[in-house]
Structures are given as C-alpha cells and as structure tokens.
Design a protein around this ligand. Structure first.
Ligand SMILES: Nc1ncnc2c1ncn2[C@@H]1O[C@H](COP(=O)(O)OP(=O)(O)OP(=O)(O)O)[C@@H](O)[C@H]1O
Length: 257
C-alpha cells in the first residue's frame, strides 16, 4: 500500500536530542547524537547490528540513562525529571519490543488488558472491553481475542504486541525491529500496519530496523547511524544516493538480485 504524505511542524519536535553520548565500559556506542522527531512523522533509524539503535530508543523511553547530552521528550529533559514524571511520560510512549513481549500464560484479551489495568485504575469492565475490542480491530485480529500467544503466528504476535502498546493511546510509538524474523509478505503487512497506526492514532514514531524495505515503505525520513552518529538523514533516496562506502554495501546487500 502506498504511504500517504505527512505534513510536519519543524518548530515543535516531539523528541529533541542533542549531543547524546552513551558508553558501556570502554565501548562508546553513541558518540554525539543529534536528532529531532516531528509530530506525525515516521522516522526510521537505520544501522548495522550493534550500532546502538536499541540503546537509543531505550534512552528515549527512560530505560537507560544517557552519559552526556540532552534528550527532551514532549519538552521535558528526561535526565532531569523525577521518577514520578518519568512514569507519566512513559505512558505517553508505546514501546513495541523486538520479541513482542507477550505473556505466554495469558490469553490475547488478558495480555491487552494488562497495561490498561496497571496504568488506568478506574476503568469499568465495559470500558476495558471496549478498549480491547478497539485495538484488536485496529490490528485486524478481533478473532484471536480468546487465543493463547502460542496459537498465533509470528506476524500475529507482532500485531498483538503493537495492539498492546496502542491500548494506552500513545503519542509516540517506538518500534524495535518490527519485521525481524518475518517472511517478506508478512513484513509488508506489518509495514502497512505501522502506516495505518500513524494515520489512525496520529502517532509520531521511531522505527528501528535494518530492513530497507521496511524503511522505504514506512519512513517519511530516514536517519542512518554510522560510527555512533547520524551521518546521513533525509528521504530514503537522499540517504542512499551516495557512494559512501559505509552506506552503499548496506543498500546492495538488502536489494541483492
Ligand atoms: N546494558 C548494556 N550493557 C552493556 N552493553 C550493552 C548494553 N546494552 C547494549 N550494549 C552494547 O551496546 C551495543 C549496541 O547495542 P544495541 O542493542 O543498541 O545494538 P543495535 O544497533 O540495536 O543492534 P541489533 O540490530 O543487533 O539489535 C552493543 O555492542 C551491545 O552489546
């Protein structure tokens, strides 16, 4: 499905990062990251394995602390807010984990209810049921409501994982390798779903991937992480229209004949 163009307001980024550094022991993973995420856009972060893509989104969601630099989310510098405010901010961010992170012992319904019951304590049974049915419909899996995760395909598990983040109506979605381990047709369906979520929920999203088809299909903008920094940012064609020997093999490998 062709992606609809989005208009973004560049004066008001939802996430703004300047000079971000993060090292583990002696290994400097992020070496001065500058990045803005604008309202309503899908921003794809591309990079080879181990370049620090997951570290970046863990820092954005407050799961890891930066060593240096500024990370503003919804205008708040996450290094300088209280644990209470960080919790409130996290509810506004949906984190779709690489492994879908479903509870194997719970039905789809219970998996979806879990974040709601934990974060919004005063909901009635009717409101919970409506919220579950709405997100299941949004990901096209209403029929799976009473199934166990083990009865679902990899693509369906991904969809339920996405539904579980959508149930809290996040303003920002962080997708960590949304198409990892899926066959090419299911990948395309997940890419379409990411674009549908963008339209239906008006989310701003960061999509971490090394799948260039995913990048091309979902990304309004691409930011390429190379040697701990964003060296190339722009549309898909702008990023890959280069003879840079660090970038070209990445493209050639993904689109090998
Ligand atoms: N909590 C941690 N403690 C120590 N090292 C870590 C930690 N988290 C990440 N790293 C290291 O940081 C580097 C970047 O990891 P990260 O998971 O962000 O890579 P990635 O770009 O997401 O890779 P992939 O595409 O393989 O998921 C790796 O060398 C990893 O071992």
């Amino acid at each position: 499905m062709k992606k609809a163009a989005v208009q973004t307001d560049h004066n008001n980024p939802v996430i703004s990062i300047r000079g971000l550094k993060k090292a583990f022991q002696d290994y400097a993973v992020l070496r001065g990251i500058d990045l803005d995420l604008y309202q309503g856009e899908n921003l794809v972060v591309l990079g080879r394995s181990g370049t620090g893509k997951s570290v970046l989104i863990k820092i954005i969601s407050g799961l890891l602390k930066p060593d240096e630099g500024m990370v503003k989310v919804f205008g708040q510098d996450i290094a300088h807010i209280t644990e209470d405010d960080l919790q409130k901010l996290r509810i506004r961010i949906g984190f779709s984990f690489q492994n879908s992170a479903l509870y194997d012992s719970m039905t789809v319904r219970k998996n979806l209810e879990f974040p709601l019951v934990r974060n919004k304590r005063n909901l009635t049974r009717g409101e919970i049921n409506t919220a579950v049915e709405t997100v299941l419909d949004a990901v096209g899996l209403s029929q799976t409501i009473n199934q166990m995760p083990s009865e679902l395909s990899g693509g369906q598990r991904k969809r339920i994982g996405i539904a579980r983040t959508l149930i809290l109506n996040p303003e920002v979605m962080l997708y960590d390798e949304p198409t990892a381990g899926l066959d090419p047709i299911t990948c395309i369906e997940i890419n379409d779903l990411i674009n549908e979520v963008q339209q239906r929920y008006n989310t701003s999203s960061i999509i971490i991937t090394h799948d260039l088809t995913c990048a091309k299909q979902t990304g309004d903008r691409i930011a390429m992480l190379l040697d701990g920094q964003f060296q190339r940012t722009g549309t898909f064609d702008e990023v890959f229209n280069t003879t840079d020997s660090r970038v070209k093999p990445f493209y050639d490998y993904n689109f090998i004949e």
